[in-house]
Design a protein around this ligand. Structure first.
Ligand code: NAD
Ligand code: WQD
Length: 337
């Protein structure tokens, strides 16, 4: 069985990708420092998979630790999720974000080179597009100046990867630009675990539905969109997980020095109010919401052109907004039990 290292594998997207990898016949190996996750996810994975997933607690910036992980295993490839991801926090502690997100990639690429591991799938983000001039946004659409230090780390990491490949290094790289991942594994045994008050829409919605938050504020209804609220491309985390498996398989057939990147979204845009309404439908709850002012730095509307990912990787999403919100809600309910 081929081994795939998942850095940040105890986190939200990494844990779902571990499931998808096992289902596709790979052995995932998790590395995580549990800075934004906890050990419970490993128990959830064991229940879903009926077996333990090999894991190491440690920091991807720790070269010696990473060498130990590579030495002990015969890795076929790496999926690099580990990063700090809170946009607001990144404006408060930018150096921590630059250090964690950029340094960990460099240590990883150097370790891969030392051990002759070529394949890497990198977690990028639609944040690199800012407010694009054309919609739906294509991979070839120019990137904009980053809105936050977090967003800038994603741009810089993409540049590091392209420069590494341009140098002729024996590296095969896929960068995936995720749109807005939501939902949870349908078993409700793993899901998103935001620390403190959620910054993202869907966890805030589900926590409000569960009565943990009194109400949700819709950040602005005066945008240039059909109902005035912002539009995003919400993608089920299991579909996103699958795109990583397809990327790993795609890399297996490429020449030694290779870079490609893909949008991973559904191709559909939904407004904040549509999310609220669909949530009410799938949960049977009436959501207590109010319209508030715009949130500074918000993008008005963005959704993906998915032609490339569907043509080249043969990937198409299996779930829609209803299923994603249903699974997000079931996960929230399971946390209360
Ligand atoms: P997450 O915080 O749930 O998972 C990241 C995991 O990495 C956490 O378990 C954390 O403990 C771990 N980690 C962080 N720094 C580490 C380090 N130095 N060494 C070892 N482990 C470390 O985040 P997520 O939502 O699963 O996101 C995964 C990746 O996808 C991140 O790179 C993120 O920037 C990117 N991304 C996320 C979204 C989103 O909306 N969730 C969108 C676009 C891109
Ligand atoms: C979605 C919509 C809000 C909360 C962020 C990062 C981005 C990417 C994904 C990683 C927006 C509205 C939200 C609330 C609201 N992450 N909203 N009330 O802004 O697309 O992107 O996560 O790369 O980099 O910036 O996602 O979930 O925060 O917001 O009205 O309480 O919901 O204004 O329109 P966003 P989000």
């Amino acid at each position: 069985m081929q081994q795939i290292l998942i850095t940040g594998g105890a986190g939200y997207i990494g844990s779902h990708t571990a499931v998808a990898l096992v289902n596709a016949g790979y052995e995932p190996i998790i590395v995580d420092n549990f800075s934004n996750s906890n050990q419970d996810v490993l128990a959830g994975l064991e229940k879903i998979l009926g077996k333990k997933v090999k894991h190491y607690e440690g920091d991807c910036n720790d070269r010696e630790f990473m060498h130990g992980v590579f030495k002990e295993n015969s890795l076929k490839g790496v999926i690099h999720f580990a990063a700090s991801k809170a946009v607001g926090e990144s404006t408060q502690i930018p150096l921590t974000y630059y250090s964690n997100n950029i340094n960990s990639l460099i240590v990883l690429l150097e370790t891969m080179k030392t051990f002759g591991v070529k394949d890497i799938v990198f977690s990028s983000s639609c944040t690199v597009y800012g407010q694009p001039d054309e919609l739906p946004v294509k991979e070839s659409t120019p990137r904009k100046d980053a809105e936050s230090p977090y967003g800038n780390t994603k741009k810089i990491c993409e540049d590091i990867l392209t420069d590494h490949v341009k140098s002729g290094a024996a590296a095969r790289v896929v960068a995936l630009r995720y749109f807005n991942p939501i939902g949870a594994h349908p078993s409700s045994l793993i899901g998103e675990l935001p620390l403190g008050v959620p910054a993202n829409l869907v966890p805030f919605v589900t926590q409000t539905g569960a009565g943990i938050r009194e109400k949700i504020t819709v950040f602005g209804d005066d945008y240039d969109t059909p109902d005035g609220t912002c539009i995003r491309d919400y993608i089920h985390v299991m579909d996103l997980a699958d795109a990583h498996v397809k990327s790993i398989q795609y890399l297996e057939n490429q020449q030694d020095t290779f870079f490609d990147l893909f949008n991973v979204g559904t191709g559909n845009g939904n407004s904040v109010m549509e999310v609220v309404k669909v949530f009410e439908k799938v949960s049977g709850k009436t959501l207590n919401y109010e319209i508030g002012p715009r949130r500074s730095g918000d993008i008005e509307k963005v959704w993906a052109n998915t032609d490339k990912v569907s043509k080249v990787l043969g990937w198409t999403p299996q779930f829609g907004l209803e299923e994603a919100l249903r699974d997000a809600w079931n996960w929230q309910v399971s946390l209360e039990k």
